[in-house]
Design a binder for this molecule. Structure first.
Ligand code: BTN
Length: 252
């Protein structure tokens, strides 16, 4: 990706590092944070050889068709408030995709972005925390803008999708706008302003879902999102539960 093109579209000046290939942009910024970097830094790569997803999964990161980027920030937030950074970033990425391409993007709680029933983007937030707050936070964002040549690998062929057929030339614009929207929402994170646009994009509210926990799974109706971005569900026996993202995932 062209760092200069990204820079020109950013609302605020930040350090940008752009490379052709790396193992993982999150790992690059972790090394930088541990070496004492205190500025906000954006790291972008054309491809990743060991892109990581949540729950120890890998993130398919072929050359040229996707955005693989991470942002190093040092927010003045409690560890609890930091849990909101991931859903906040999902709103930012969805707004950026919509703003640049005109294509409506939905969010699957907590942080997957869907278009046409397929996952087109994911977010992996990592950081170093003390009891008082965050030392640093790295927000990694992967967006499949176009379908890779040869398609997606077998394991994700059913679930993964791309934003559009020929959107690769929009990589810099979508990347910059994601950062702009992220910074915009981050300054208001304590007042939870992002919850409204987040809720508007959740596509399964009011629907029956399967809640998967460490002890098994159950069916429930997805009711709403609370101000801490927990998902409230009504079980079949009528009990209302508020689910944190930690150990629970949902299937629609
Ligand atoms: C997920 O869907 O589980 C999260 C995927 C996050 C992928 C991005 S790509 C840029 C950054 N570097 C990584 O190694 N992972 C994130």
């Amino acid at each position: 990706m062209n760092a200069e093109k990204i820079r020109l579209s950013l609302d605020k000046e930040i350090k940008i590092i752009a490379v052709k290939e790396t193992s993982s942009t999150n790992d690059e910024l972790k090394r930088l944070a541990l070496s004492g970097e205190r500025d906000t830094v954006l790291f972008v790569a054309d491809s990743q050889t060991a892109g990581r997803g949540r729950k120890g999964r890998s993130f398919f990161s072929p050359d040229g068709t996707g955005i693989y980027m991470s942002l190093l920030i040092h927010p003045d937030l409690t560890p609890e408030e930091c849990t909101l950074i991931t859903p906040l970033c999902a709103v930012a990425a969805a707004e950026a995709i919509e703003g640049v391409t005109g294509i409506k993007a939905g969010i699957k709680w907590v942080n997957d972005i869907f278009i046409g029933g397929k996952k087109v983007a994911g977010i992996l937030t990592e950081g170093s925390f003390t009891r008082k707050g965050a030392d640093y936070v790295i927000v990694g964002i992967g967006i499949n803008l176009s379908r890779p040549e040869g398609g997606f690998p077998e394991e994700i062929r059913e679930t993964a999708g791309a934003v559009a057929e020929n959107a690769s030339e929009l990589r810099e614009a979508v990347a910059a706008e994601t950062v702009n929207r992220f910074m915009h929402h981050l300054k208001d994170i304590k007042s939870r302003k992002f919850i409204r646009p987040y809720r508007e994009r959740l596509f399964f509210l009011g629907k029956e879902i399967t809640v998967i926990t460490a002890d098994g799974s159950y069916r429930a109706t997805a009711e709403d999102i609370d101000s801490d971005c927990r998902l409230t569900v009504r079980t079949r026996s009528g009990e209302i539960k508020a689910l944190g993202s930690g150990e629970i995932s949902v299937k629609i």
